[in-house]
Every structure is written in C-alpha cells, then in structure tokens.
Design a protein around this ligand. Structure first.
Ligand SMILES: Nc1ncnc2c1ncn2[C@@H]1O[C@H](COP(=O)(O)OP(=O)(O)OP(=O)(O)O)[C@@H](O)[C@H]1O
Length: 791
C-alpha cells in the first residue's frame, strides 16, 4: 500500500510539505535542471492537493466544535461554485479527500470497445436445432402442449433433453448437474408430474393394482418430496409446480404444498392433514413434521429430490437429511431392495422403489458426500456434450461448473475510499443507460452493510424531498431536432410534477420497510433489500415486488439471494463485495443470463492483492473486461455536457460523499448503523475461503479508507462498533495490524452466526454448522425443532 495512503489519519505538521529537492549529479546541466524542476513541480502539486483536499482538521479544543469547509481544487477558468455546506467536525474526525492517497491499480484497463460488443452464443438456452421437443422426450401430449402454448417454452434445454427421458422411463436414482439458469427445476418436476398424471390418465385395465384404479384425489397419497435449502426457493419451486399442474385437461387433482417455516406450524399441520401429493419443504421443517405431525403419511413416497445439493450441505443439513431419509425408509411400504421391486406391483407409471434425485450446479466434495447418503447406483446426468457451454468463452473447469457463455463479465478496480461513490456512479449509469426498466442486483457481504447502503440510497434528499426537480430541458436546436443520434440516446425518465410545479410525491407500492424509493439514483426506481435477518413475510413481499414491478428495480442483498432464485429479466449483477468462493461467484452472477437471455455482471475489487482474483478466478469463469474507473465516474456523475477535461465528476462525487458524511454525523442511529456495517464488513472479510485468503487478506485492508466509504470520519482506532468494542486498530493508523473482526465482541459474532444465509463462507458456515449440530441434538432430546431462519 502506498505510503501516502496513510496520511489521512495522521497529524500533519505544517512543515510536512516543505519541498526538499534531491541533488542531481552528473550528466548535462540542462538535464540536471530539468530533473530538478520536475521533482519540484511534482512535490508542489502534491503539497497543494494535500493542503486543499486532505487535511481539513479541527483545532484540537476538546470542548469546541469547529466548522470546516471542504476545499475544492481551484481552477482559474471556472466560475466560483457554491461550496458544500459547512459541517461540524468533532475533535478526532477528519475529512479526507476522495481523490488523493489512493493506491493505484496494477493491471491495465481492457479496451472495451463498447458494452454492446461481441456476445457469445448462449449455453443454457432452449435447444434451437430442433433435435428435441417436449413430446419426443416422452412427456404426455397434455403436458407438452401446456409447456409450449401456455408457458411459451419452445423447446427443452440441454439438461432437460438429457435427463427427462431417463427419469420418465427408469426407476434409477440420479445426480443432475447443469449450470445456472439451465432449467433444472423443470428437469426434475416434469417427470414427476408426468408419471403421477399417468395414474389418472391410464385406463383401469392398465392399472396394476386395484387401489390405483380408484379416482385419484389429494388423499391418494404423498408421492414426492422436494427439499430445498431456503424458504424462498421452496416458494419458487411450489409456484413452478402449480403452473405445471394447472394445465388444460391436466391433473387438477394433484395438490402441491409447501412447509418451510416462517408461518405458524398449526396452519402447516392443517394443510398436511387435508392431503398433499407433492410436498416442497426445507429440511428442518420437514423433519419436525415427520416427528410430530401424525397425519403426515410418507409410506407411499416415490421421489425424494434434494435441490441445490451443495447449499444444503453448506448450511449444515447433512444430519437432518440423514434423519429424514432414515424415517422415510422406516415408514415406507415400498420394496426396500431392487430385486424385490422388480416383482412388485406398483400403480401404473409410478416407480417401484423410492427414487432419489440430487440436483446441483457444482460437483464439490460435499455434494458427493450428500450423494453417498442419498443415492444408490445413481445415473450421473449432465447437459450433453456440444450443448454444455456451446460455443462460449467458458472453459472446462476443475469442477465443470461454469458461467453461462453469453454472460458478459467485467470488473472495476476501485480504491476503498471511492467505493461508495463508485457504487453510486455505477448504479446511476446502469439505471439511465437502459431503455426499458432495468433490474439490478447488488451483492454485499453482510446484512448490516445491506441495511446501511439501503439507507444511504433511500434517504431523503437534503432538501427533504424524495425526488429531484427536473432539469430544464434545453431548447432543441435546428441541428439536433429529430436527429437519429439524439433519439437513440437513453432518456432520463420524466419527473411527474404536482399542480404547484414541484416534483410530485411518488406513492410506494406497499408499506414494506424493505422497499423504498431511491431518490439519489433515479426518480422512479424502487430499491429493495433482502437478507436473512428480515422477517419472512417481508422477504416474500420484497422478492415479489422486485420481480414484478414495472419500475426500474434494484435489490441490495446478501448471498441469501445468490442460489437458485429465478428472478425474471435481471440485467445486471453488481458484486460490490467480492464473493466468498468461486462457486458463490458463479451462483451470484447466475441470477442473470438465464435460459439463454443476455446478462451482465461487474465486480468491485480493491487495488492490490484483490486484483489477483482476476487471474485466479474471473478468467477461469469467462473473459472478464476491466472497466475503467474514471469512465465509471464520468458516466455516473458526469451527466450531459460535462467538461470531462476538468474532471467535474470528481467534484460532484465529492459533494455527494460529503453529503453522506453529514447525514451520518447528524443522526446517532445512522452513525451506529454505519459503524456496525463497517465492523461487520471487516468481519465478513476475514471469512473468505482459505484458498483465497491471500487475495482477501484483512491485514491489507485500509480500515480508515474503508470507514470513509461508510461515511465515517473517525480514525479506525476510535470507531466503537455498537454491540462490540473499539476495533483493534492502532490509534492514528489507517491500516491496522490486528483484526477488527476479531476485536468486535464475541456476543455480536455469536448473534450473527445464526444468520446462516448471510454467512456463506467457511468461518460463518462452520459456526452455523456447529449451532445446527447443537440444535439438532437438543431437538433429538427434547423433540423440538429449531429453525435458524432457513428452515
Ligand atoms: N425449456 C425451457 N425453455 C425456456 N425457458 C426455460 C426452459 N426451462 C426452464 N426455463 C426457464 O429458465 C429459467 C431458469 O430455470 P431454473 O430456475 O430451473 O434454473 P436452474 O438450472 O435451477 O438455475 P439455478 O442453478 O440458478 O438454480 C426459469 O425462468 C425457467 O422458467
């Protein structure tokens, strides 16, 4: 880290900027003079910049507060601008410049000839070569017709073509592996629904036992159980299931249901008692019902599906799943062995034995372990060669898990101090450059950080309004009138005015506190937040709003939204905090570019060791482009007609940053929130997987610069994280030697470890696993269930 990066948190003496010119010896006198002048010029420039921007420090009187004004770089050729409002700065606080003392990025900017450049052929799209239809896969005409006409699915995807015929015609267990957004849900649901449907479609003569010849109803039995790691996923799978069942002339008698916690157990019990034929559940909740709900009859279960297998294991469900399978085995009336099954009479269409399916995008060791406990002589099904990453940039990786080939990946190297303004710039640009209403997901490392950034962008503007007044529209000149160039430009959405000419208040779609307007970014955009600490009804309604709103839509979230969620038409994924492992990266960016659609993803990296992530991971998952940070700022803050040479965007970004800092200072609750977010961010940083710790080394973090990106002016050593202690940062040092993460109280850490969905990495998950183990044994002893907010 560059030395001058430390300046911000040190007491600077006035003579620190005395220009000392080294003596040059040898060579021609002209060259010596030139070198001397160059050194003097550089030193003077630095001193002026530092004096103007860097050190607006208060007089150290313990009782008085001194007002300071952020000083802008003076330029002879510009009109005096209104200076940012003076702000009170307490003793010990600093206002450092955003633009000085930042470490430089090592790599070069990729020449990105337009974001609209070459896009690879999609690798997870429906097959366009006519090689398969839903009917040729063996699905009933009713179901095939429903898929093509009502659900507008023209053809199966590669994994569906490979798996569906096997799953319809055999009773084998299966491990299904395919990249994100390739349609794995339908891959396992379609054969199940098709085979259950055949019960009611086949004539009684074709039935092999008398029992099934009777009219099928919801009481005919529970045939399939689908296990998913989160409540959101359970709901999503249930919805897909319902759309399949409600087809014309279809199997309306089949009743799907979900039990995933987050609602009263009593109502779940009532649903189970009424009769369910296909049940979607989180493992914890299902085990609870298996042990405590008498009406849940599992003796005829034919399928057990473990969706998102790797995540189920990461969240410590191994033992729970083991117990579930044990109970199913014990209560089953089906033949236990294959030989017995062969001679056994089953209802027409249904498997003669219980079939297990394990679905995962990855093939990690933990998934293999789950396979060991759940599968017997299983088929390994993946997208056929030639369709797996067809024609794309993706390379066959160690684990065969790749990003969709059409997904455009990029990264931007942004110093710690500039992260918040950088996020603002990128979001503004993304919201304005799209013609239709864009959907953007921003990933953060922890829920506190999500909360803080949600507040930053949804707070009212400084004048108390929630919408910016419209800019006066420039009169069209003759030249620009109707010109093709102008009409092609993305237009900022129109701001609605009230009768008095002021911007009209925009009504929110609901009173959900996790949804707000984002006046700092866009007049009509809706900002959503999602993390594991929010109550379930809020999470559900937030996701619904994000997915269905017609306004530009943003979702700030933790990794709770990284897996399995199928949110329609997400255009851009921003990984503001880098993921905790390569798989997390692929799952996060996999929320876009689904089923053959286009998508973009950008990751923020800090200059220094983090840049190593590009070669170590990003280049192995595609061909990432390095975006130019200056361009990001220019496009985000520059706006129309900005004089780019003067770097006006620097001033705009500075003004906005100072505004955030004033807002943080003005309210203790906000200050607490920002400090908590800063502390949690650092703590989360320490939990990157061991193999990536070299790139994400918390000792290389500049805590002071990082604090600025949370709107905090205190020196790191003075920051008291609410609920924890001061960090271990040495006084006056921007860059601590100890770990702030470990310095925060154990209590706070323990509380967070319950927040399983927000801690996707080794350390966090280890904690969750331990907690789950304890809860599991307690549950065994006391016969009670524990839900760590994930089912
Ligand atoms: N044959 C198809 N044609 C077009 N779209 C499809 C097809 N099959 C599935 N889809 C759509 O593709 C999207 C992704 O499907 P799904 O959620 O099942 O993917 P996935 O492989 O499970 O992804 P992830 O690994 O991220 O969970 C869904 O919107 C789904 O409706």
């Amino acid at each position: 880290m560059a030395d001058d990066a430390m300046v911000v948190n040190f007491d600077i003496s006035p003579d620190a900027f005395t220009i000392v010119t080294p003596k040059f010896k040898g060579g021609r006198w002209k060259d010596r003079l030139k070198a001397k002048k160059a050194v003097e010029h550089r030193a003077r420039k630095r001193a002026i910049e530092a004096a103007e921007f860097n050190i607006a420090r208060t007089t150290p009187t313990p009782t008085s507060e001194t007002a300071i004004t952020a000083v802008r770089r003076k330029r002879s050729d510009e009109k005096p601008k209104q200076k940012p409002a003076p702000q009170a700065v307490k003793t010990g606080e600093f206002v450092s410049s955003l633009w000085t003392g930042n470490p430089e990025a090592a790599g070069a900017v990729t020449d990105d000839k337009g974001e609209e450049g070459k896009v690879n052929e999609p690798s997870n799209a429906p097959l366009a070569d006519g090689s398969a239809t839903f009917t040729t896969l063996g699905l009933s005409p009713i179901l095939a017709n429903h898929l093509t006409t009502k659900l507008s699915l023209k053809a199966p995807t590669a994994i569906q073509r490979s798996a569906i015929p096997e799953l319809i015609s055999t009773d084998s267990d299966a491990f299904i592996q395919a990249e994100t957004g390739s349609g794995k849900t339908l891959t396992y649901l379609l054969p199940i629904v098709n085979r259950i449907m055949s019960l009611s479609l086949s004539p009684p003569s074709a039935q092999q036992d008398g029992e099934s010849a009777a009219k099928q109803t919801r009481h005919s039995g529970l045939y399939a159980i689908v296990l998913a790691p989160t409540r959101e996923l359970c709901r999503q799978i249930s919805t897909v299931l319902s759309t399949l069942i409600h087809c014309k002339n279809g199997p309306h008698w089949i009743v799907p249901g979900a039990v995933s916690g987050g609602e009263k157990k009593k109502s779940e019990k009532a649903r189970l008692r009424k009769g369910i034929n296909i049940l979607v559940a989180t493992p914890g909740r299902l085990l609870d019902h298996l042990e405590n709900t008498e009406s849940l009859d599992v003796s005829r279960v034919r399928w057990v599906v473990l969706d998102e297998g790797d995540r189920l294991m990461e969240l410590g469900f191994e033992e729970t799943i083991g117990s579930i399978l044990g109970i199913l085995e014990k209560k089953s009336k089906l033949p236990k062995k294959r030989e017995e099954a062969a001679g056994w009479k089953s209802e027409a269409g249904l498997p003669r034995r219980r079939v297990s399916m394990l679905c995962s995008a990855t093939m990690k060791t933990n998934v293999q372990r789950l396979g060991d406990i759940s599968l017997k002589e299983a088929l390994y099904i993946k997208a056929e060669k030639g369709y797996d990453n067809a024609g794309g940039s993706s390379k066959g990786g160690e684990e065969g898990f790749q990003a969709p080939a059409q997904l455009k990946q990029s990264y931007v190297v942004v110093p710690a101090k500039l992260r918040l303004v950088g996020l603002n710039a990128i979001l503004k640009r993304a919201l304005i450059r799209q013609t239709a209403s864009p959907k953007i997901i921003v990933f953060f490392s922890c829920s506190d950080s999500v909360d803080f950034h949600f507040q930053v962008f949804s707070r009212l503007l400084e004048d108390g309004s929630d919408i910016k007044p419209p800019k006066p529209t420039p009169k069209p000149t003759k030249r620009s009138e109707g010109s093709e160039k102008d009409s092609a430009k993305p237009q900022a959405p129109e701001t609605k005015l009230d009768p008095s000419g002021k911007p009209a208040k925009q009504p929110l779609p609901s009173n959900n506190p996790a949804i707000a307007k984002a006046p700092h970014l866009h007049p009509t955009a809706l900002l959503h937040k999602l993390h594991g600490s929010l109550p379930q009804p809020i999470r559900t309604s937030t996701l619904h709003s994000f997915a269905h709103t017609t306004s530009p839509s943003l979702l700030f979230c933790t990794d709770v939204a990284a897996r399995g969620l199928d949110l329609p038409n997400v255009d851009l994924i921003i990984q503001f905090d880098p993921p905790f492992s390569r798989d997390d990266h692929l799952h996060r960016i996999g929320r876009t570019a689904r089923a053959g659609r286009a998508g973009r993803a950008i990751m923020f990296l800090l200059p220094g060791p983090e840049e190593g992530y590009v070669d170590a991971v990003l280049k192995k998952c595609g061909n990432p482009i390095r975006a130019d940070m200056d361009e990001v700022f220019k496009k985000g803050f520059g706006g129309e007609g900005v004089n780019r040479k003067k770097r006006e965007w620097e001033d705009k970004a500075t003004e906005w940053q100072l505004e955030v800092e004033r807002w943080v200072l003005a309210d203790k609750a906000v200050m607490d929130l920002s400090k908590k977010a800063w502390g949690s961010h650092i703590r989360a940083y320490t939990t990157h997987v061991a193999s990536e710790k070299g790139m994400f080394n918390h000792k290389a973090l500049h805590y002071g610069h990082l604090a600025k990106s949370f709107g905090i002016r205190d020196a790191p050593g003075d920051i008291r994280v609410p609920g924890g202690g001061a960090t271990s940062g040495g006084k006056g040092r921007g860059n601590t030697t100890g770990s702030a993460a470990t310095a925060t109280s154990a209590k706070a850490g323990a509380k967070r470890s319950l927040d399983a969905e927000d801690l996707p990495s080794d350390a966090g998950l280890e904690a969750v696993r331990k907690m789950r183990k304890i809860a599991f044994s307690m549950q065994m002893k006391k016969g009670m269930a524990s839900e760590f907010n994930i089912g």
